[in-house]
Ligand binder design. Structure first.
Ligand code: GLN
Length: 315
């Protein structure tokens, strides 16, 4: 067993969960009504080890939108299918140092990385562009199901419709990238943006998201089904970019204080991977000024203070 005394480990996670639950700072995202109506005090934590041991606490049945946690998944799908060179002809791999929806490109006039909106829109354009909208979405959706070990993956149509209606910034990003020749030839901007909004509107619960994280921690093989979802190389490359770019312009600070590959979303979702050990999912909708879950970040901080999981620690 990768965590021999799992009961003691879970007792410690529960202690951290209870302590962090006291924190009521931050506000839920309000750019669309569906997110503004989220339960501000909802809180869930789940863990799944690479050998399939699981534990969850809090609002473990709550379904939430994956939002920006879809970005590493879309990047990994594109990488797995097209390879590094083809993907990185269209998107960089450096942190941007800007907020997630900043209108900015790198010196090569490409989005800085796949973990911010511009880069995620670019990755959406790379996913099966020749297929129908239905088949493109289905291939992403089935990937989520495989990553979650067929767990509770769903779709929130109200979120999708309001994302699409409130998308001026994302359209602006897409037109700005097209103006700069960043997309592959023949890209259909509207279809690309709609696929991106649909990916953001996929829903999951904390145990499902922990399994997704565990699949990344396990080299791309889902620990619950033993299905290989992504290659080892794809997984490694995706984790590298999560480590450097996963929390928008808090990524450097998060790497410094927590030191784990992670990805956050504006719904208050946050997943952490401890490569070779486990995946951890947190959901708490109150966000800090940069758009990361306040409790999620605090939990991650306390976790690596309690255990020596930090990728850059001695052990
Ligand atoms: N749907 C959001 C957007 O595109 C996702 C951003 C996020 O989770 N930070 O603006």
């Amino acid at each position: 067993l990768v965590i021999p005394d799992f009961t003691a480990f879970c007792a410690e996670l529960e202690r951290l969960f209870v302590a962090v639950r006291e924190c009521r700072e931050g506000d839920v995202a309000s750019y669309i009504p569906q997110l503004a109506r989220a339960d501000a005090d909802g809180f869930a934590m789940a863990v799944c080890t690479v050998d399939g041991q699981r534990f969850a606490i809090g609002d473990t049945d709550a379904r939430f939108g994956v939002q920006s946690t879809c970005k590493p998944i879309n990047y990994a799908i594109a990488l797995d299918r097209l390879g590094i060179d083809a993907v990185h002809r269209h998107v960089g791999r450096e942190p941007s140092g800007h907020s997630f929806n900043e209108i900015t490109l790198n010196a090569a006039r490409l989005p800085h990385n796949p973990m911010i909106n511009a880069g995620a829109i670019m990755c959406a354009s790379l996913i099966a562009p020749g297929l129908s909208a239905a088949d493109r979405f289905d291939s992403v959706f089935q990937t989520w199901r495989a990553l979650a070990g067929a767990g509770a993956v769903g779709f929130d149509n109200a979120v999708f419709l309001s994302e699409r209606d409130t998308a001026d910034r994302n359209f602006a990003l897409a037109y700005f990238m097209r103006e700069n020749g960043a997309f592959p030839d023949g890209t259909d901007l509207k279809a690309t943006l709609e696929l991106y909004f649909q990916c953001c509107s996929i829903t999951i619960d904390a145990p499902g998201l922990a399994t997704v994280a565990a699949t990344f921690a396990n080299g791309g093989v889902c620990p619950l089904t033993s299905e290989r979802v992504f290659s080892n190389d794809t997984t490694k490359n995706c984790l590298s970019l999560m480590a450097s770019c996963g929390l928008y312009d808090f990524s450097g600070e998060f790497a410094f204080t927590v030191g784990l590959p992670a990805k956050s979303g504006v719904s208050g979702a946050l997943f952490l991977t401890i490569p070779g050990v486990c995946g951890i999912a947190l959901w708490s909708p109150r966000l800090d000024a940069l758009g990361n879950s306040v409790r999620g970040v605090e939990f991650a901080r306390r976790l690596t203070k309690t255990f020596t999981f930090d990728s850059f620690a001695d052990g």
